[in-house]
Design a protein around this ligand. Structure first.
Ligand code: CP
Ligand code: NVA
Length: 306
């Protein structure tokens, strides 16, 4: 039985297969208005310790389009190690559901869920990573350019969960990755090392302290919020450090002319990105959000049918 806790746990060819299947499911849905109900009778339990629009809606709709069901459990229903232990939550949910997706504060709780569950566990975002987002990101890039390998992906902003998973999928699929962050907010050294260890072919991973250097000649310019969920108390302090890391039209002009702008959303317009870029011709953000649906359907089928 497989879990989907981190991109690093999956081989490059398995990820490529998921992307191929996601493209097929997307084309099938666009053509017929439906997908084959291959998950008929299957149930997904969705556990959220934090808010969500895309993750909740795309998993819920995705299960329904494949003939299955989902059950939503929000922060007031489940308290990890507060109302009951993570191990007991895992054992109980395994009795009701065929697959569990969880959005948690602490990545170690996902590992515990996977350890004690007898069904697959999917990471719907943790403090360390956001692999479902990275899958949809790779799908968006492959749709746009026909490939990931040989491209340059520039990430401007906080060295957070989204950045870590994006870097990892770039390493797996052969894209060059450049990150620009204020020094104290770049990715952890261990994350860089893990990405290097997971490279399928050697590709540069670069870290810069100015956005301009990272974005130069990039095919993809990516950003995320400067203040992640749970960091609200640090907001004023963080924003001060990030003022020179906003993605503007001027910054985009340093990337390749056909570069796309990406953001996992929710966007804090006027902070990490301007409206001009988010709504501009190069922006892929809403196709990227839609691709959560298609990528996760491929993942659900892989976890439940093979
Ligand atoms: N990108 C993303 O995971 O969005 P939500 O937080 O709305 O699920
Ligand atoms: N880095 C953000 C991503 C939200 C989808 C967070 O963790 O809040």
């Amino acid at each position: 039985m497989r879990h989907f806790l981190d991109i690093a746990d999956w081989q490059a060819n398995e990820i490529s297969q998921l992307l191929t299947n996601a493209q097929r499911l997307k084309a099938e849905l666009k053509k017929n208005g439906t997908n084959d109900p291959v998950l008929k009778g299957k149930t997904l339990a969705m556990v959220f310790e934090k808010p969500s629009l895309r993750t909740r809606a795309s998993f819920d709709v995705g299960m329904q389009q494949l003939g299955g069901f989902s059950v939503y459990l929000g922060p007031s229903e489940i308290g990890f190690n507060k109302r009951e232990s993570v191990a007991d939550i895992a054992r109980v949910l395994s009795g009701y559901a065929d697959v569990v997706m969880a959005r948690v504060f602490q990545h170690k709780h996902l590992k515990q869920l996977a350890q004690y569950a007898s069904v697959p566990v999917i990471n719907g975002l943790s403090d360390e990573s956001h692999p479902c987002q990275a899958l949809a990101d790779a799908l968006t890039i492959v749709e746009t350019f026909g490939r990931m390998d040989g491209l340059k992906v520039a990430y401007v902003g906080d060295g957070n969960n989204v950045a870590a998973s994006l870097m990892m999928i770039c390493a797996k699929l052969g894209a060059r990755f450049a990150i620009a962050s204020p020094n104290r907010y770049t990715l952890a050294e261990a994350a860089f090392q893990k990405a290097v260890q997971n490279m399928t072919v050697p590709v540069p991973i670069e870290s810069f302290s100015t956005a301009e250097k990272a974005v130069a000649n990039a095919d993809v310019v990516y950003t995320d919020t400067w203040v992640s969920m749970g960091q609200e108390a640090e907001r004023d302090e963080k924003i001060r450090h990030f003022v020179h890391f906003q993605v503007t039209a001027q910054l985009m002009s340093l990337a390749k002319p056909n570069a796309i702008f990406m953001h996992c959303l929710p966007a804090h317009r006027g902070e990490e990105v301007t409206d001009e870029v988010a709504d501009g011709k190069q922006s892929a953000i809403f196709r990227q959000a839609e691709n959560r649906l298609h990528a996760q359907k491929a993942l659900l089928i892989r976890l439940l049918k093979q």
